[in-house]
Ligand binder design. Structure first.
Ligand SMILES: NC(=O)c1ccc[n+]([C@@H]2O[C@H](COP(=O)([O-])OP(=O)(O)OC[C@H]3O[C@@H](n4cnc5c(N)ncnc54)[C@H](O)[C@@H]3O)[C@@H](O)[C@H]2O)c1
Length: 337
């Protein structure tokens, strides 16, 4: 597959490594607004002088025939770049979040529908050993029917760049991972959300960077999500801490450890077992890329394509609307259902 890679610095460096490691990919152009980022990517990808570099995606699309775009620019540019690629006849993978507004996401969904080309959002948190194992445990009925979930995500992260400036940096740039994981782990669709967001006095972020929201899922289950990127200690890992409770027991996740509690009648914990994480067939972005290429080749839908991801990203923008208005907000509408 011939790939144009746009946004090759920052987190794009991870994609440079992932693309380099695939025997089925040939990177045919690099695009970035930063010349130093282009030079570093040329070096890291082992491309030397063989791969042309551009500072505009439009130019690259005109000059170089390709099958797909990999887009790892900041979210503000995803709509313009992914839609341009889809309309030029390419398939596309972009980093999460799909875009910075629901209107942009819907425009991307429309472009995928109208062109028939494949567009995947990289929700790599699904494809790491711990959450993969937890999702499988739930799917196999390990805790019965899910009734309530608690997720606590507390980190102190001194991001600069677009995150320091954006509205609701945590909900839009980070919580998309956790909201997508809620769907992946429970296998349920979101219904509604209510909540609140705030910014503690010491936060260096411009937008509210702490929030507490409650989702209702399609079986009536509630998910209580409490998160901050400007926490002052007691940090968790990037997955957050999870407590998933069902009719037969609970799955607990804390900093890499998974525990399965079997619970009998009247809340009696009968056993507690630590479960070894079982890795997926490929890790993180490697899984996303392999799934994308297989799907394009075989004409089927990849797991986190735009038609699936619109439901996760709708959770983000419904949460934003809920914390802005203080009202309970429906998550899915006719476009995202
Ligand atoms: N999946 C993950 O775990 C994960 C982790 C970090 C970042 N991300 C995502 O990756 C994306 C990029 O984040 P980042 O922190 O690397 O951002 P960044 O600000 O470091 O930018 C990434 C690169 O894009 C380039 N760029 C900016 N605007 C451009 C444009 N208009 N055209 C071409 N190139 C442009 C920059 O020069 C830079 O080299 C975001 O969507 C972010 O949410 C994902």
């Amino acid at each position: 597959m011939k790939v144009i890679h746009v946004g090759v610095g920052g987190f794009g460096k991870q994609w440079v490594r992932v693309l380099r490691s695939s025997r089925k990919v040939r990177v045919v152009a690099l695009v970035d607004v930063s010349e130093p980022a282009l030079a570093a990517a040329r070096e890291a990808g082992g491309y030397n002088g063989r791969v042309p570099c551009f500072t505009s995606l439009q130019e690259a699309l005109r000059a170089v025939p390709a099958d797909a775009l990999v887009c790892s620019t900041p979210p503000d540019f995803h709509r313009e770049q992914v839609v341009a690629a889809l309309r030029a006849g390419l398939h596309a993978v972009s980093e999460k979040p799909m875009a910075n507004t629901l209107a942009d996401c819907k425009a991307m969904l429309r472009a995928a529908r109208e062109t028939g080309n494949t567009y995947v959002v990289s929700q790599n948190y699904r494809y790491r050993p711990e959450m993969w194992t937890i999702a499988e445990l739930v799917r196999k009925g390990g805790i019965g029917a899910i009734g309530q979930v608690r997720i606590d995500f507390h980190k102190g992260v001194a991001f600069g760049g677009f995150r320091a400036e954006m509205e609701y940096p945590l909900l839009i740039d980070m919580s998309i991972h956790h909201f997508d994981l809620i769907r992946f782990v429970t296998g349920l669709d979101p219904v509604s959300v209510q909540g609140t967001a705030w910014n503690p006095a010491w936060s260096h972020y411009k937008g509210d960077c702490s929030s507490s929201v409650v989702f209702e899922l399609s079986n009536g289950c509630r998910v209580v999500y409490d998160a901050s990127w400007c926490a002052q200690g007691d940090y968790c890992d990037w997955n957050g801490n999870w407590q998933i409770e069902g009719t037969k027991g609970t799955i607990l996740y804390r900093n890499g450890e998974i525990r399965l509690l079997k619970v009998g009648p009247r809340y009696k914990v009968e056993s507690s077992e630590t479960m070894a994480p079982k890795p997926p067939p490929a890790d993180s972005q490697h899984f996303v890329l392999a799934d994308f290429m297989r799907a394009v080749k075989n004409g089927r839908r990849p797991k986190t394509d735009v038609y699936d991801n619109i439901k996760s990203v709708a959770m983000v923008f419904a949460a934003v609307k809920a914390v802005k208005t203080g009202r309970k907000v429906a998550v899915l509408d006719k476009d995202s259902r």
